[in-house]
Design a protein around this ligand. Structure first.
Ligand code: SF4
Length: 305
């Protein structure tokens, strides 16, 4: 089907079925453009929970659609590319976390939202890359395990004054690919141009950055800056929003390796297919959902309170 016809049919079905389409900042441009809301995973789930849509089409990876289901159990959540997973989320399992808890009964566990519903259910609290510091500071215990992203955990540890967290050995395979030599070289060649990176990058890279932040923090930092050129150290999909929001600013990707193949699995055809058939529904066991909801809710209370 030709692209305009496909877009029209998606919009028609969306209206007919009272659906909302959410797309993560790392999705391909065509998918971002068809979405009602584009953003990071948590913003998307929170926004979805606020709408009166019956169906959520989540253009992202599996754990994101699960988070939407955890926050909106009464809605039907569809994941257009059912094999779009997150290798980092898979680096921690509920069984391993539960074994850790048995050995460390005094520890509190903070898990990054990039994790499965079962893992969230084992945690005391969740966090995002935007609110991780605030969330960790709110924990009473001095013994904290942070999972699964050791890079984000290490960035938070560098800002903590009176405690240090134990870090799970997980990482984002996309951001981890950026090498220290790449950022050193670009800073040498483009002296004076700010390099902004995501805290999922390795600490060796992060230490050279001019600004470190989540996708939403990067977007707002650049929008509010008077600088005209930036080097971007996060997944390439964000360039689409950056260019749309900042017509006269120039952006270069820090490394050609900054592409998440799972985030690129969703096509317009997939979106149309799930809207038509309502296949690829994401379900979460109700006991797990309630426990995972507690960890997410506790995070929301810390950040909104
Ligand atoms: S960019 Fe990294 S954390 Fe995000 S989905 Fe891809 S592998 Fe997972």
């Amino acid at each position: 089907m030709e692209i305009n016809a496909m877009v029209q049919e998606i919009n028609r079905l969306k209206k007919e079925k009272n659906a909302v389409i959410l797309a993560h900042n790392y999705q391909i441009p065509e998918v971002q453009d068809i979405a009602d809301i584009v953003g990071d995973s948590l913003k998307l789930s929170e926004e979805a929970a606020k709408t009166d849509a019956d169906i959520i089409v989540f253009c992202g990876v599996h754990f994101m659609a699960e988070s939407a289901k955890i926050l909106s159990p009464e809605k039907k959540v569809l994941l257009p590319a059912i094999d779009a997973g997150c290798p980092m989320a898979d680096m921690v399992t509920a069984e391993k976390l539960s074994a850790y808890k048995a050995e460390n009964p005094d520890a509190q566990i903070c898990v990054y939202v990039n994790s499965s519903a079962e893992v969230k259910a084992e945690a005391d609290i969740c966090c995002t890359s935007s609110n991780a510091l605030k969330v960790v500071e709110s924990l009473e215990s001095n013994k904290i395990l942070f999972a699964p992203d050791k890079n984000l955990g290490s960035y938070i540890n560098s800002q903590l004054k009176d405690k240090q967290m134990e870090l799970w050995n997980g990482f984002c395979i996309t951001h981890e690919r950026v090498r220290e030599e790449e950022i050193k070289l670009v800073k040498e060649k483009k002296a004076g141009v700010q390099v902004v990176v995501h805290p999922e990058c390795n600490p060796l890279v992060v230490q050279h950055a001019d600004f470190v932040g989540s996708t939403s923090q990067i977007l707002s930092y650049i929008k509010n800056s008077t600088d005209k050129e930036f080097i971007i150290g996060t997944e390439m999909g964000i360039l689409h929003t950056l260019r749309k929001e900042n017509l006269y600013k120039k952006f270069t990707l820090l490394s050609p390796a900054l592409i998440c193949y799972n985030m690129k699995k969703t096509s317009l055809e997939d979106v149309l297919h799930v809207l038509k058939t309502e296949e690829n529904e994401i379900k979460v066991d109700e006991t797990i959902r309630q426990k995972a909801y507690k960890s997410l809710k506790r995070m929301l209370e810390v950040t909104e309170g």
